[in-house]
Design a binder for this molecule. Sequence first.
Ligand code: PMP
Length: 382
Amino acid sequence: MRGEAVFDWLADTARRRERAGLRRTARARGPVGSGVNLSGNDYLGLARHPEVCAAAAEACRVWGAGSTGSRLVTGTTALHEELEERLARFCGTEAALVFSSGYLANVGALTALCRPGSLVVMDGHAHASLIDGGRLSGAAVAETAHGELAAVEDVLARRRQRRAVVVTESVFSVDGDAADLAGLLGVARRHGAALLVDEAHALGVVGERGRGALAGAGLAGETDVVMTTTLSKALGAQGGAVLGSRRVVEHVLNSARSFLFDTGLAPGCAGGALAALRLLEREPGRAVRVREVAARLREGLAAAGLTVTAGGAAVVSVRAESARAAVAWQENCRAAGVEVSCFRPPSVPDRFSRLRLTARADLTDEEVARAVSVIAAARPDD
Ligand code: PMP
């Protein structure tokens, strides 16, 4: 076979993808300040905050552009240590461990805490990084219908495995709805299971002063609860973290391959995240404002007759008729100066394509009102 023929099968796959309206491209975004951007995850408007950028630049100057090695060799700086201490204090846990992404934090937590012979009970709307962590751990993974406590209880009650971990997001990335954390922990405890909560979309947004949903529910310090999060959304930088009791964090540090064999988080990101966390501590009003902006978006879109999911965080999801309709809707919005995201298979856990909007604390009421009218008018007819 000629060398180039080896990948001829890709042509068929590409054709099918195109026909189904599922082809994706990574395109450069517009310059900052052009139009209204409801598509990034910079919930608090900190990614370009002068203090955050200056701290990132200073970290780069002092420690270098890269961390130079894995965390256990040369990749830990004083910034990583300070970030871990501060994150743990802010979120109300004993300890934290910083990874170079939220994806790797989830994979690390699950592979460290589960193994073949364990059971992972995974909410049907869980993020790909949680699903991949469960799969990689070798544990049996049972997916339960989204938000169904009774289904979680049923799976736990029938299990043969001794060890089990219930996995959820506190604010779901798909629709921005909230998990019943107290309910889930109650179920997990009745059946001797741990609870892992991904707070990627909750940190900096929900809970008192943006400390997250676990802290908000008074559950962050519980020894059978593990929290994961990202530094790439509300904190405007990049990176991830696993938080929990000292014992759990120590175990993850010693056994998570996505921690041990990955170059440590770049110092610029550690410095930027640290500055963002300080800012958030100083200006808790940012968390209040992003929730207010999201509420205005939800109310405005619902009043325009669109199907909007309820939620108390920054993610706002609008139902589209089909994947094709969602793409056309997104394009129409873009042409009118409003950037929105489009969720379609395989990124969505069900058959519903959606427009996905993310509120930002630094949007004005006028910008929100403009976005609402553009989105409502841009809906395609089919
Ligand atoms: N968990 C959830 C719920 C997410 O939405 C994301 C980001 N899309 C991640 C984890 C991964 O975080 P990161 O982007 O830092 O890898």
